[in-house]
Each structure stands twice: as C-alpha cells, then as structure tokens.
Design a protein around this ligand. Structure first.
Ligand code: GRF
Length: 209
C-alpha cells in the first residue's frame, strides 16, 4: 500500500497535527504531510508546519472574499502539493463544493464525541463536553468520520469510548478526550494506510474528473 499524502487543515492549537507529524517522523505512520492549510494566520498549526519546513498556507475568507474563489485556491493548493487525503484537525470552516467533490470519500475529520450524539452545528470545543456532562451519560468518546457537506454527518470510520468519572467537569473531560485523540487519530490513519479501514480510491476519483 502506498503511503498517504496528507493535506492537514487546522484552525487553532494543532495538537492533533503535531501528533500526526510525530508519527510520520518516527515512521509509526506510513504517511507524509504534504501541506498544512489554516484559515487563521496566527494558528499554531502554521507555526508547527513552518518549523518542519512543510508547505503551509493561510487561506481564508478574509483574504478571498468570494467563497468560490477560496474553494478554487484551496483545491489548486491541494493538487499542486500532491495531496491524496485530507485530514481535518480542528478546522473550524466548511470546505467548498469543489474540494468536497474532488476529494469525496477521502476527507477525514475527528470529533470529540460518539457521533451521532453531540454533533452538528454549534457542537465544537467545550460546547460538546458541556452537553455530554449535562446529558448525564456515563461514557463519551471520539469519532473519526468522512466529511460531507454537513457538519459531522459523514460515514463513521472509527470510534473509541472514554469513561466519564464522578465529578467530571466539561473542562476535565475536554482535556482527557483531546489527549486520547492524538493517539486515536494516528491509530486510525495507520489502519487506513494498511488498508484495514477502506477509503475511496483516490486514483479512480481523479479519473472520473
Ligand atoms: C479537537 O478536539 C478535535 O476533535 C476538534 O477540534 C479539536 C482540535 O484540537 N475537531 P487541536 O487543534 O488538534 O489541538
């Protein structure tokens, strides 16, 4: 199996990006991060990419007012950097129609709950964990899923469960889940790279276009 050529999108902290970079470097994961894209010029994700001399781009609606222009530029950037798989790691924007169509079946996202629970619009960051605590559930978890045009609705690829202990707060849960995400996103990518979790074939994707 060929290694994965990743295009990683992140808006803020980039701790999942950092975990993936580390796994690539240590050859635990047979993948290469070809490009990092952020809508936020100040994101740590861009800084991490620059430190590793990985192509990094700030591409945002602030720079490109027309959504279709931004979509075109993002797609061009991904193709020019030879990306075959998109990994969203804390990316707070929706991808445009052209990028979604071109990389259909090869765009992953990680969400800090057991989808379909606690997903959808407004369910990001601490909001997710507050809703989990308020629900009284005894377990939460992490979902890696495919991305389509809606929030958190694409096919689920992998999930893991995390116990909620007595006196857990949204903040303590957020910390615990994020920590586990690093290992879980890398493990899921390893399983994809080995063909244990199947994605659509990128080559046939291209041939259709
Ligand atoms: C993670 O909790 C992820 O599940 C969500 O955004 C957060 C990103 O964290 N989609 P980081 O930027 O990787 O630190």
């Amino acid at each position: 199996m060929d290694n994965l050529k990743l295009g990683i999108f992140a808006s803020h902290g980039g701790s999942n990006l950092e975990a993936i970079l580390k796994a690539c470097k240590e050859q635990a994961l047979d993948a290469v991060v070809k490009v990092v894209i952020s809508n936020n010029s100040q994101s740590r994700a861009l800084e991490l990419a620059n430190n590793e001399e990985i192509n990094a781009y700030h591409l945002s609606s602030f720079k490109y007012k027309e959504a279709t222009v931004l979509d075109d530029i993002i797609l061009k950037t991904l193709i020019e950097n030879d990306v075959d798989t998109i990994v969203l790691a804390g990316y707070m924007k929706k991808l445009g129609d052209k990028v979604l169509a071109f990389y259909d079946g090869r765009i992953l996202n990680i969400h800090p709950s057991l989808l379909p629970k606690f997903g959808g619009k407004g369910m990001y960051g601490i909001n997710v964990h507050k809703a989990v605590i308020e629900s009284g559930d005894k377990r939460t978890g992490i979902t890696v899923h495919l991305v389509d045009k809606d929030y958190d609705t694409g096919r689920i690829l992998n999930q893991c469960e995390i116990d909620i202990i007595a006196d857990e707060t949204a903040e303590s849960l957020a910390k615990k889940v994020l920590h586990k995400e690093h290992e879980f996103y890398v493990d899921t990518l390893i399983r994809i790279s080995k063909g244990e979790i199947k994605l659509k074939d990128y080559i046939s994707n291209c041939e259709e276009k």
